[in-house]
Structures are given as C-alpha cells and as structure tokens.
Design a protein around this ligand. Structure first.
Ligand code: NAP
Length: 577
C-alpha cells in the first residue's frame, strides 16, 4: 500500500510543491502495462465465494470490500485495463459532469485525502488515472483477469452455486455473482445499410483508440448529439477540414462548468469530506452536494426566475436542475426552464436555420439526459461545421456509401465517421451475458416484457446474483459512484448476515420484485421523465426494446432510506435459506 510519506500516484514534487499531473491515454497505457504482470491470466482456483464481473467503479469497489470482509473474490474484465467506461470512452473532450471531488470513492479516508484533482470536473484521462491508482493502492489487480468477457452464468440448483464461463474458456464456480457491468457499456451500433462499405475510417466514441486520431485536413461526420457527441464535436471541429454533424434529436446543452482546481476549495472539501459524503447519500436528490430546493417556478416573479436561471447557467454543468423544485414535475415550470435555454440557443447560434434545428422540440426539458458541453452551440458558428437533420420526420440516414453518408440532403463526402450513438443502456450489459437462473430461465426472458428488479439489485428467480446499476436503481440519474457504493455496502452487510447464519442461498421474492418495480414506475410517473418517448431512459434508442422508464427517480436520500429500512426489517422481500 501507498506510504503516506510518498506523494500519491498523481502527485509529483516541483519546486518543492506537490503538483498533480495529468497523463494522456498513451502514457496511461504504458503505465498500466507495467502492472499487467500483477493480473492473473487464468483463475487460480476452480471455485470462489464471489465472482465479480467488470472492473469499473462497481467492480473495483466490490473486489475491495468483499475481499476485505474475508470472501474469496475473483474478477473478470472484458477490457485490457481497469476503469470500465472510463477506460473505453477516450474520445476527444470526454469529461465527467459531476464534480471530481464527489465523483470519486468515499470508502477510504486516506484515498480521498491524498488524491488531487486538477480540475473541478475531471477529464477522462484523469478519472482513468484515478481508477488505476485505486487498483494499485488496494492491490486489486491480483484479483482481476483482464481481456476476459463473461459469456454465461448458470445457476446450479443442487449445489446452490453459479457456474461462470468466460470467453477465454475458463470455467469457475461461485456461491455468488456480482455484475458490475455498467449501465452504459454495451455499445449501440446502428444498423445503417452500407456500413461495411465505407472507404474511410470509422470510430466509436465509446471504444476510442489510445493513439490520438488526427482530424487535420479531414472531412469528418459525427452521428449523434448525446453527451458523447456534444463533448467531442467542438474538439473535432478545431482541427477537421470540415465537420458535419448528423443530428436525430436536438438536446439541451448546458455550458460545461470546469475550472482549474482552487487549492482552497479542495482544502475546504477535504476538511469536510465526511459531512459532504453523508449529505450526498442521505440527504440529496441526486447524490451530489447541491442544495435541495423548495422554491417553485410559478410562485417566483418572472424577473427573479430569469435571474436564477442565468446565475445557474453561468455556474454551468447541471446546476440549472437546482433552479426550482418543480422543474421536472410541473409542465409549466418545465417549459419556463426550457424556454430560457432555447433563448440561449437563439442568442448564440448566428444562422437562424441552424439555431432552429438545434432547438429541442416536442419534449420536456431535461427528460432526455441533459448534456454539458464546452462551446457546443458556438461550434455551429464556425465556417467548417454544418448540421444535417436526420430526425425522425426525415428519411434519417439512408445509407453509408464508400464515399460518405447519404441523407435526404444527398451524399455528404467524408473521410472519417464518428459514431457517438450511445449504448443499449441500463439493461444491455446484463442481458449480453447468457444468465440462466432457477429452472434454466434466462434473465433476457425474465425481462422480455419489461425489466424488473427488487431494490435495483436483485432479480427474482436468480438467486445469489447481484446487479449493480440495474433498472430500479438511482445511479443513472445522479452520481453513479454514490449509488454503487450504497449498493455494494448493503450487499456486503447482507452477505455477513448470510454467512453468520450458515445460509447458502438468497433470492428476491417475486412479489417483492413486482411491488418494487411498480414503485419505481409510480415514482417515474410523478415526474415528466417518462413522457419523453425518445430517450435511453425508456430504451427508445434500441430498436425493438420494450419502452419502459428504467431509473429510480425518488431521490438518493429516499432510496437510501428505503433500502436501509428493508435491511432493518430483516431483509424483507429476500428469502434466505
Ligand atoms: P446517447 O445519449 O444515447 O446519444 C446517442 C446519440 O446518437 C443520440 O443523439 C441519438 O439520437 C443518436 N443516434 C443513435 N442512433 C442513431 C441513428 N441510427 N441515426 C442517427 N442518430 C442516432 O449516448 P451518449 O452520448 O454516449 O451518452 C450516453 C450517456 O452516457 C449519457 O446520457 C450520460 O449519462 C453518459 N455520459 C456522460 C458524460 C458526462 O459525464 N459528461 C459523457 C458521455 C456520456 P436520439 O437522441 O434521437 O436517440
């Protein structure tokens, strides 16, 4: 473990001062390569207490916490390094829109004190460096087999164990399986005719190479204007000869709020970390240290409303969501906030036709994941940037040809196409594994008429299986790190109890799963979120996927209270044998 006398992983001494360094992905690859020898190439045993799938936030913490409590734990990770989404999503401009000081682990005081973030909102390489540091500091690598995709997990009713089969041919058995596979990790590759015929280069934001991609002098097309597209478009535009953005649905884009880390701000946070972490978990709506707002939109005079919106727009990031308490529940309140941003678009974008096209229509503000961008709207004022409407009332992208992309506007000639087309979100990475529970029933089949879980962590008929970041969990509408820490600690405590009682099997009761899922849906319908038919929150981006509002939107504090009460009532809804 790290000695406190040495500067921690990302800190070097310069002129006698500690300076946090930021490495690029190539340097991080090289650094990680030095640790490759610590990763096992095959499982050291046939059987473990817990198999952890994924070595992103959830997997890293689960391995740490369950190992610490004396379980034998082994992890499989599909990527060639740790970090999950932050390992793969290396696209230009990638940055988190939750503040670094809280988009980080809270479980170890030494870790949270020693790590220095260089910016208030970290870029992808810095988050990846942090996750590497965590893996090194807590010696997690020895429990993680890289380059290994878990293909299947089959429940053995006789033995009360899972048999897990990996892409490498490894087969192991485990009492428990924890899926830390990430709600945003199964890449969506749109089925566009002619895809394979393209003569240029194709990149996916969610699987970006380490080598920098050189756009200089190139005609580039970006498909997709969600968070990944919005962040990468301004950066690509800086060097591309010409950038064409293919937009299906315009998004509301807030200005990114990042700034160099102020040492006083950092010191203040670190002095009060315990309170701030507790607030995020037990009192906040979104796992973030933002005040819970009581004021209502229409009770506030118009000039005062405008002043509040402006102040939060200037503050940047997702702060506008903290303007009024009813922004996502009252249609009129929502329209006021949306109209403010729409006026901003009209002010910033010089060409009225482009401004019109960039203006969201037909859905409530922020019911599609709100984006943050650095100079996003301004980018469309550049001479080398154009916007093509491929919305649902157009013919969309007709096809890809060797020379480019064909839409209603004809052929756009391209050298590079960037797909920023998102993920089979929330459920896709769970159903990508062939999971057979009681009676051989697959998870895919269990969820075919709609995904359901108990507490966002269990599926009935799938004993001893833990889902992190699954449907019915608040992680996808707030600070995911807070949500997964809550879940993993809750599961770890449950396992302590199960072990103390000598039990072998725990399983969510179908009625408990049913009522939790109804509860999640009811909470959803108290808001405007489910009214939006075109968001990954409802699975709309995946052709054929059941439309259903998936996240728990009752708030982090309420979720924390609800799962704590379930535990206090002896893990009500879970049969333990
Ligand atoms: P996304 O939000 O799902 O955006 C995908 C984009 O691709 C959408 O604009 C979508 O249009 C478009 N698209 C998909 N298929 C298409 C097709 N066949 N033709 C034309 N357009 C198509 O995915 P994402 O941008 O990768 O972001 C996913 C989530 O990851 C975010 O919502 C966020 O939660 C997280 N994320 C966070 C950050 C951050 O912290 N700042 C950064 C990146 C990602 P439609 O909207 O019409 O479906």
């Amino acid at each position: 473990m790290q000695s406190s006398a040495c500067p921690p992983g990302n800190v070097t001494k310069r002129n006698g001062r500690n300076v946090a360094s930021v490495k690029d992905n190539k340097q991080l690859d090289a650094e990680e390569a030095q640790h490759l020898g610590e990763h096992p190439l095959s499982p050291p045993a046939d059987e473990f207490d817990v198999i952890v799938v994924g070595a992103g936030w959830a997997g890293l913490y689960a391995i740490y916490e369950l190992r610490r409590r004396g379980h034998s734990v082994y992890g499989f990770e599909a990527g060639a390094g740790v970090g999950g989404a932050w390992y793969h999503n290396r696209y230009p401009g990638a940055r988190c829109d939750v503040e670094s000081l809280e988009y980080s682990f809270s479980f170890d005081e030494g870790l949270q004190q020693e790590w220095h973030w260089t910016e208030t909102y970290a870029r992808q390489p810095e988050i990846r460096a942090y996750m590497n540091h965590v893996a090194n500091r807590f010696e997690l690598r020895r429990s993680i087999q890289l380059n290994t995709f878990v293909k299947s997990a089959v429940w053995d009713e006789e033995a009360d164990r899972w048999t897990v089969t990996a892409s490498t041919g490894d087969v192991v058995r485990a009492r428990y399986v924890l899926l830390g596979v990430g709600g945003l990790s199964t890449i969506l590759k749109p089925q566009i005719p002619g895809y394979d015929s393209f003569a240029g280069q194709i990149y996916f934001t969610a699987n970006w190479p380490s080598e920098p991609v050189d756009f200089t002098g190139k005609r580039v097309g970006v498909i997709g204007t969600g968070s990944s597209g919005v962040q990468s478009i301004p950066v690509i535009a800086e060097t591309a000869k010409h950038l064409t953005v293919f937009q299906r649905t315009p998004n509301y884009v807030m200005p990114s709020a990042s700034a160099p880390m102020d040492p006083d701000y950092e010191a203040e946070w670190k002095a009060h970390y315990a309170e701030k972490r507790a607030f995020a978990r037990h009192q906040s709506s979104n796992g973030i240290n933002q005040p819970v707002i009581q004021r209502k939109t229409m009770d506030t005079p118009p000039e005062e409303r405008e002043r509040i919106y402006q102040e939060l727009w200037d503050r940047g990031g997702l702060w506008i969501l903290r303007s009024f308490s009813d922004i996502l529940t009252d249609p009129e309140a929502n329209k006021q906030a949306g109209a403010f941003v729409e006026r901003k678009i009209a002010d910033i974008v010089k060409d009225p036709k482009t401004a019109q096209l960039l203006t969201p229509k037909g859905y409530y503000f922020a019911t599609k994941r709100l984006c943050t961008g650095t100079g996003y709207y301004e980018t469309f004022n550049r001479d080398n940037v154009s916007l093509v409407d491929v919305g649902r009332d157009t013919g969309g992208i007709h096809r890809i040809e060797p020379g480019g992309i064909v839409t209603d506007e004809g052929l756009t000639e391209l050298d590079i196409i960037v797909f920023a087309t998102g993920f089979d979100a929330v459920t896709g990475s769970f159903t990508a594994i062939d999971i057979h529970g009681v009676g051989g029933r697959t998870l895919k089949d269990h969820w075919k008429d709609g995904a359901k879980t108990y507490l966002g962590m269990f599926a009935a008929g799938f004993p001893n299986l833990f889902l992190i970041g699954a449907p019915g969990n608040p992680g996808s509408v707030g600070n995911a790190v807070v949500a997964l820490e809550m879940n993993i600690e809750w599961i770890a405590q449950l396992l302590d109890k199960v072990r103390a009682e000598g039990a072998r099997r725990l399983e969510a009761e179908p009625a408990a799963e049913e009522s939790w899922s109804e509860h999640v849906s009811e909470l959803g319908w108290k808001t405007l979120y489910p009214t939006n038919p075109n968001s990954w929150y409802v699975g709309a981006n995946v052709p054929g996927k059941k439309r259903q509002f998936l996240p728990y939107v009752g708030g982090f504090s309420r979720y924390d209270k609800e799962i704590s009460e379930v535990a206090a009532r002896g893990y009500e809804g879970i049969s333990i044998d």
